[in-house]
Write a protein that binds this ligand. Structure first.
Ligand code: IVH
Length: 740
């Protein structure tokens, strides 16, 4: 674009269009068109231009997102059309036999079917976003007012704060945008991120071609805080000593309630539209059905949730509920259920409302992820490396459909921060497959005479001192392999599938072998005989008072023990990287074990490496180097290693490979989603064999992302950062041409 060709006013208009387009591509199409730096440059140029020519500044200019704070508190806004709420339906996890756990949803669908006299009405099905409901008013295509729901009739005027949310358009687009894959697919359900993204357009500027929006438009939707933004914000607060947000929902609500819009502007907020009105007529519509109206809103510049779909009947709705439930943890935004809405507006009108909720919609909620219960005790649990983790023993409580009796308190600092005491009522949270945790104490319910909790000075298992090193979050039992708890965890880790892979040696056997003194270190595993296993089993059966299997069977059952002896024997033939991982060196995970094995080639080379030599290994920092050196300097560890080798544990050693080579040397690759022709481990091995480093998360340093089926937030992040994305075919082609 040439500065000389237009006047300042034309240039300002061009810049505004370009910035609005970039926002639209980013927030609505999820297909960023320009890098952040380019966006910033356009913004700075427009700011400079408006500063030099104040008469050019328009209220809907993207430079005007952050304005002045309201003089005194938030004004009240009376909603032109009331903001209703939804009735809830739940799936009953404890439904007795013969009772349909989903009867609330089926009853809702039955009422709709009966009310309409139509057998199979269509439902718009949408995630129930966990944020804050808001209403946005546009006059002649320009955003003029935004309000919270309040009591449904009257809300708070948070216009200045909403203007800072970049996903909310300050002015409407033309509506004639044929570039939007979701718009073209509107009415279809099923979300296929790869297909959506395959519709990449050529990034030609989208032009405004006149408009087709009504004079007054009210768009309703949810302001929410994306999970990634929430995590990044809290990480920054913890680093800078600021106050972290309790959860993304509170984050969104609290951010909008700030009096100073500058504060809101610094919060990572986003928006999805889920409703539209044409005040003052509550029956006026922009399309014949909800899903078509949402498609129109997208074309006008409003983001809508990509997971929205269409379903038929109760079974279709329930299938959607389960599908979204299964994706929940991977979605980039928080939800607390799904919403079913009769799609056709004429059918909605026919059904009407009861009290404050429509008869044509219902929220099907997931079971609550947070519940209150009482802390009956605080114990500590000793991990493999001695880390002492405080654990709250709870009065049993149902959380998200599962009975929870223990919740982690992470470490002593966390207990102190929350000030959790025995006897306290607390909120426990269990989200997805994350272990349950205590999120806060309910101070009003604290009984009298409680005492702050303190980390015990001695290990409850072995009596050794518990110590905490400067700068470390974890306190540790200093007992090492003397401590039965550490021994159990160390041996369990040693035998695990990704380490020495001793098939069939479960936690129970390990515990009993330790209890009856057969195992002091992993090396003792290789001394165990068939008779040892049988004797161990006999003693455990006596202790537990169970009828010995030997008597039950009328003969001695030994196959399980034969198998174990054979599995232990087979594990002797291993690889250096597995062996290093199995040793359980603090800080050394699978990836580092592999790097170390490759770099040094032999165990002796590694054992004799200095800390300085260790830090030369890619990804080994000074802390890890110190841990590795300390581990090999410890005589007890050397004894265990010598005993393992003497017992016959062996691997192929190779020449040290000090520099990574291969066609992918210096490349960092991230795998996401599932591949159809390779497991993730296989893909990782093959990429590493060509010199790549395979990392777990996407950053600006990522060279490319390999995205398989159902790729989630990593793919989103890659696209947002402009990182190259490979599909499976491209990966296979590359591997093939490099002999992989
Ligand atoms: S429709 C009359 N759709 O749920 C229907 N609401 O009680 C009005 N919510 O506070 C709401 N996601 O903030 C609708 N896809 C969605 C939603 C949704 C979240 C919230 C909304 C409101 C509550 C309804």
């Amino acid at each position: 674009m040439n500065r000389q060709t237009g006047t300042a006013s034309q240039r300002a208009a061009t810049l505004r269009d370009a910035i609005d387009d970039a926002n639209y591509r980013y927030y609505v199409l999820d297909d960023p068109s320009i890098p952040d730096a380019e966006y910033d440059r356009l913004m700075r140029e427009l700011e400079a231009l408006e500063a030099a020519h104040p008469e050019l500044a328009t209220p809907d200019s993207p430079t005007r997102r952050v304005g002045a704070r309201p003089a005194s508190g938030f004004a009240e806004v009376r909603h032109a059309i009331p903001m209703l709420s939804l009735s809830n339906a739940f799936t009953d996890p404890d439904a007795p036999d013969g009772v349909d756990p989903d009867h609330e949803v089926r009853d809702f669908v039955r009422r709709v079917v009966q009310g309409l006299g139509i057998a199979d009405p269509e439902f718009a099905v949408e995630p129930k976003l966990d944020g804050l409901a808001i209403s946005l008013r546009y006059e002649d295509g320009v955003f003029v007012q935004g309000a919270t729901r309040g009591d449904g009739a009257t809300g708070e005027d948070v216009t200045a704060n909403l203007r800072t949310v970049k996903a909310i358009p300050l002015r409407l687009r033309s509506g004639k945008n044929e570039h939007d894959p979701l718009r073209l697919r509107s009415g279809k359900n099923g979300h296929d991120p790869l297909r959506l993204r395959s519709g990449k357009n050529g990034h030609a500027p989208l032009r405004l071609h006149g408009h087709d929006w009504p004079r007054v438009l009210e768009v309703r939707g949810e302001v929410y805080m994306p999970k990634a933004g929430f995590d990044a914000y809290n990480a920054r607060m913890l680093r800078e000593g600021g106050k972290p947000l309790a959860n993304p929902r509170n984050g969104a609500a609290g951010s909008l309630r700030q009096l100073d819009p500058h504060v809101t502007a610094g919060r990572p907020l986003a928006f999805y539209a889920y409703g539209v009105n044409l005040p003052p007529d509550p029956d006026a519509v922009i399309a014949d059905r909800h899903s078509a109206a949402m498609a129109k809103l997208r074309a006008w510049g409003f983001p809508t949730c990509p997971q929205n779909g269409i379903a038929r009947g109760a079974d279709g709705c329930l299938a959607y509920f389960h599908r979204i439930g299964a994706q929940r943890d991977k979605l980039p935004y928080g939800i607390d259920g799904v919403v079913y809405k009769v799609d056709r507006y004429d059918q909605q009108r026919e059904l009407g409302f009861v009290a404050r909720a429509p008869r044509w919609a219902i929220a099907h909620k997931f079971p609550a992820e947070e519940q209150a219960t009482v802390v009956e005790a605080i114990d500590i649990q000793i991990g493999r490396t001695g880390a002492a983790t405080p654990v709250a023993r709870l009065k049993p409580v149902q959380v998200a459909g599962v009975t929870v009796t223990n919740a982690t308190l992470h470490n002593a600092d966390q207990v102190a921060r929350l000030d959790v005491r025995v006897g306290d009522s607390v909120i426990v949270r269990r989200a997805g497959d994350v272990i349950p945790e205590v999120v806060r104490v309910i101070p009003e319910r604290r009984p009298p005479h409680t005492k702050p909790w303190k980390m015990p000075a001695h290990c409850p298992i072995c009596g050794s001192a518990i110590e905490r090193e400067e700068g470390e979050a974890a306190a540790r039992c200093t007992g090492g392999l003397v401590c039965a708890a550490q021994r159990r965890e160390a041996i369990r880790h040693f035998a695990s599938r990704r380490a020495m892979d001793i098939d069939g040696l479960g936690e129970r056997y390990i515990e009993d072998l330790i209890a009856f003194d057969y195992l002091h270190s992993p090396a003792d595993l290789y001394k165990l005989t068939l008779d040892d296993f049988l004797a161990m089993k006999r003693r455990a059966e006596e202790r537990d008072g169970v009828v010995p299997e030997t008597v039950k069977a009328g003969k001695i059952a030994t196959k399980w023990a034969d198998n174990l002896v054979a599995a232990i024997d087979a594990s002797k033939d291993t690889t250096l990287e597995r062996f290093l991982f199995a040793l359980g060196i603090p800080e050394v995970g699978e990836a580092t074990a592999k790097t170390l094995a490759r770099h040094f080639g032999s165990l002796d080379a590694l054992i004799h490496a200095s800390e300085a030599e260790l830090t030369e290994v890619p990804d080994v920092g000074p802390i890890m180097a110190a841990h590795i050196a300390a581990f090999f300097a410890e005589p007890r560890n050397r004894e265990v290693i010598a005993a393992l080798r003497k017992a016959g544990v062996h691997w192929k050693e190779s020449a040290p490979q000090r520099k990574a080579d291969g066609p992918l040397a210096d490349k960092t690759v991230v795998l996401t989603g599932s591949l159809s022709s390779l497991t993730r481990d296989e893909a990782k091995d093959k990429l590493e064999a060509l010199g790549a480093k395979v990392a777990g998360s996407v950053s600006k340093k990522t060279s490319f992302v390999v995205a398989g089926e159902a790729a989630g937030s990593k793919l989103d992040k890659a696209e947002a950062l402009g990182v190259e994305v490979w599909d499976e075919a491209k990966l296979l082609g590359f591997l093939k041409s490099h002999g992989g």
